[in-house]
Design a protein. Structure first.
Length: 270
């Protein structure tokens, strides 16, 4: 009786321990760190600057766990402006985006006073995450890398600055390396000059499905139920072949024999 009770206690303790491990693993995968800055714009000077970040793994929509934005002037001589206290967003698929923007930005998830129009000539912005995952971009005549790496993690190194911000334009991260149709961690080389280029602003709020497609699926990352590529179906035709092989045991030749031979053609199935 005592042996049975001990076994039950041990089994219960083991189950609780395994459950705890599962909870820890789940919380680790469902977080906010696998994200990169994808686009930044000073807007048009009408209180409409923004920063867009993008997920490169699923389950990264839990921004309430501690996500932070930081904005710096050309040399970070002023204390960087920091923005925290964000809530979770609804969509957490790989390639989903989140937009932080001034009051004049129409398509955004969070309203923050970035005021990037004040730093068009030179500045930097960082998405501050868990150690080893923070990300920064710098532009123009920015010279404050040491301040960023000291305060926001060495992994946030923005390298050489990208071109200066200009009214009505944006800096956008290239996703050409590796899979050219989806954002990946390897797209960040810690060199803003190499990673970002000037483009037309196109902020995409979290509610909008991504257009990027992961190379493994071949379908838009935000549409995992998309139909797979059509498979080819074989269509076979038979043709007749005559035979004049003499028969045996009857002294006469067999009548022409018909042997079926398949000739197949591939046809696409709609």
């Amino acid at each position: 009786m005592r042996r049975g009770r001990k076994s039950w206690v041990f089994a219960t303790a083991l189950s609780l321990a395994l459950l705890g491990i599962g909870v820890i693993a789940a919380s680790a995968s469902a977080t906010f760190h696998a994200m990169k800055i994808r686009e930044v714009s000073a807007g048009t000077g009408s209180d409409d600057s923004y920063i867009e970040v993008q997920m490169y793994a699923p389950g990264q929509n839990f921004l309430s766990n501690g996500a932070k934005l930081a904005v710096c002037n050309s040399n970070c001589s002023l204390v960087p402006a920091e923005f925290t206290g964000f809530s979770n967003v609804a969509n957490g698929n790989s390639q989903d985006t989140v937009v932080f923007g001034d009051t004049g930005v129409g398509s955004k998830d969070f309203t923050v006073n970035l005021n990037l129009q004040d730093d068009e000539a030179g500045g930097a912005a960082c998405y501050v995450s868990e150690p080893g995952f923070s990300d920064c971009v710098s532009w123009g005549n920015f010279t404050g890398n040491s301040v960023l790496t000291t305060n926001y993690d060495a992994s946030a190194e923005p390298g050489s600055p990208a071109p200066a911000l200009s009214s009505g334009m944006a800096l956008r991260r290239s996703i050409s390396p590796g899979c050219p149709t989806a954002l990946e961690a390897s797209d960040d080389t810690n060199n803003s000059a190499a990673d970002f280029a000037v483009t037309t602003p196109n902020p995409r709020a979290n509610s909008v499905a991504p257009t990027e497609a992961t190379c493994s699926s071949g379908a838009p990352a935000g549409n995992p139920t998309a139909s797979p590529p059509a498979k080819k179906k074989k269509k076979c035709k038979k043709r007749k072949r005559s035979s004049t092989t003499p028969g045996t045991g009857s002294g006469t030749a067999n009548p022409p024999a018909y042997a079926a031979k398949k000739k197949c053609k591939k046809k696409k199935r709609k």
